[in-house]
Each structure stands twice: as C-alpha cells, then as structure tokens.
Ligand binder design. Structure first.
Ligand SMILES: [Zn+2]
Length: 281
C-alpha cells in the first residue's frame, strides 16, 4: 500500500508498506524527462563526474528503476493531487528525508531540520551555487544564491560560499534558524561538517559546477548541452544528513535534468535581473 509523501514541481513521492526504507518517485504528467531519462542522466552524466571529482560514492543516493504495474500506477494516481505520467517505470530511492522516523520538523524554504527527543537530528538543504556565477560582475560581493534571495526578498539562511570556506560556522548559523535545542546545534554542525568534508561532497560539487559551466548562461559559448545540464543539476540537488550520536550519514539526491528548451529563457532573465538590479553588489 502506498502513502503520499510529497508533491514537487516534477515528481510525486510515495512511501510503500513493502519497502519502508525507500521512496517511490513518480513523474508528473508534463512534458518532462521520464524516470528512465532521469535515471540515465544521474548514473551516466552526473555520478561519474562527481566520482572523478573525488566524492565518496557512498554519499550518493543509489537510484533504481522499478517496473510498476497498471494497478500500482492507478493506486498512486488516486492518492496524488496532480496527474501522473502514464508510464511503466518509477524511480526507487533511499528514503533520506527522515528515514521513516517521526520527529519534530521545521521547514523554511527548501530546507528542513527535524529532531527526536532522543537526540537524532535530520538536516536537508540545497548546497546551491558553490562558486560565483560566471556572469556575475568581477566586483560581486554576494554569491549567486544570496543575490537571488536578496532579489526575491527571502531570508538568507546560509551562504553557499561560506559553507564551502567555513562549513562548521555556517552550519551553526543555518541551524540557529530552527527550533533545534541549543545544546545540539554545535554538535550537529560539527558532525555534519566533518561528514561533508571527509566525503568531499562540497569540493566535488563545486568542481563539477565550474568545470561544466565555465562561461555562464549569458555567454554565447554556453550551449544547452549535457554538461550545462549537469552543472545546473548539481546546483539544485539536495543534501540530506542523519546525525545519531557520534555518527553522521550524509546523502546527496535530486539530480534531475532540467529541460533547457523550457528553462533557458528563465535562467537568462534571472541572470540579467540580478546584474541590472545590482543584487550582486
Ligand atoms: Zn552567498
């Protein structure tokens, strides 16, 4: 039996009684890449580049293509508030969000922090753009992510550039926005930053982001090719952490290919607005 877990822009996610440690991800019914396309993009375009950049492969969520019956699709469609893609495949992924544990959760934007009374802490957030946009002015003070949050009037919970240079301090600043008990903030930041560093998560992400997008969306040389898609996917992936005692498990997930035909104009407009509105300075 399926249970609805969440609805995103491209996916609808379920848990299943058969496999509580996993989530089953269906694609929404739009002109978007199929589950098979997402699987191929993750395993053939994104993961090899991250591995070559030195990431610990154990920190990458292991995707599997699951063949689904018409009955299962019908069951999912009944539970889903939006139409699902008519397909025979869904993506089976590890359940990273809270690993099926019930806990107190606070969500701000696309970031969540949860904890249990016994001191287990869950963290999920998007590391976003870990280097300056190649199109940002040379004198840019704010990074791409902070500039965008400023333009949209959203709170800046963490700065990706500072996360890379001062991970522990920036995680403490990030966690202070949540209702996590004070005594756990320092410990969680220390464990999580140590796990990120030993698995080379941010180092590998920033290397792939810069290697795959050296010129930026405004440059004529940036073609809407696979490398650019990889750069954009690594700027929108999610990092999950589970801290339990001295142990911290981290996982990177959500490397979905964006359709450049649909997104290119939006990305170009965003970059132009950031520059002309002086949001970088
Ligand atoms: Zn920043």
């Amino acid at each position: 039996m399926l249970h609805l877990l969440g609805v995103g822009g491209a996916n609808v996610v379920f848990t299943s009684d058969d496999s509580p440690d996993h989530v089953l991800r269906f694609r929404r019914d739009k002109q978007i890449p199929s589950s098979q396309d997402v699987y191929a993009f993750m395993t053939a375009a994104v993961y090899p580049r991250l591995r070559a950049a030195g990431i610990d492969p154990r920190s990458l969520v292991d995707p599997q293509i699951r063949l689904i019956s018409r009955e299962l699709l019908d069951e999912a469609q009944k539970l889903s508030p939006v139409p699902l893609m008519d397909t025979k495949e869904a993506l089976l992924l590890e359940n990273c969000q809270y690993y099926g544990v019930s806990c107190r959760i606070k969500t701000l934007g696309s970031s969540s922090v949860g904890y249990t009374d016994s001191g287990i802490v869950f963290i999920s957030f998007k590391p976003k753009w870990l280097a300056h946009s190649p199109n940002a002015p040379l004198e840019a003070v704010h990074c791409r992510t902070c500039a965008l949050n400023r333009m949209r009037g959203r709170p800046i919970l963490y700065c990706p550039l500072r996360l890379l240079s001062h991970p522990r301090e920036e995680l403490e600043r990030f966690l202070a926005h949540y209702d996590l008990p004070e005594k756990w903030v320092q410990k969680a930041a220390q464990r999580f930053s140590a796990a990120m560093q030993s698995a080379h998560v941010l180092d590998a992400l920033v290397q792939v982001q810069t290697d795959c997008d050296p010129f930026g969306i405004l440059d004529q040389k940036t073609e809407m090719n696979e490398k650019f898609q990889v750069a954009m996917a690594t700027r929108d992936c999610t990092l999950y952490g589970l801290i339990k005692g001295d142990n911290c498990v981290i996982k990177l997930a959500d490397f979905d290919p964006k359709d450049p035909r649909e997104k290119a104009k939006f990305w170009k407009n965003t970059e132009n607005n950031l520059i002309t509105g002086n949001w970088y300075s």
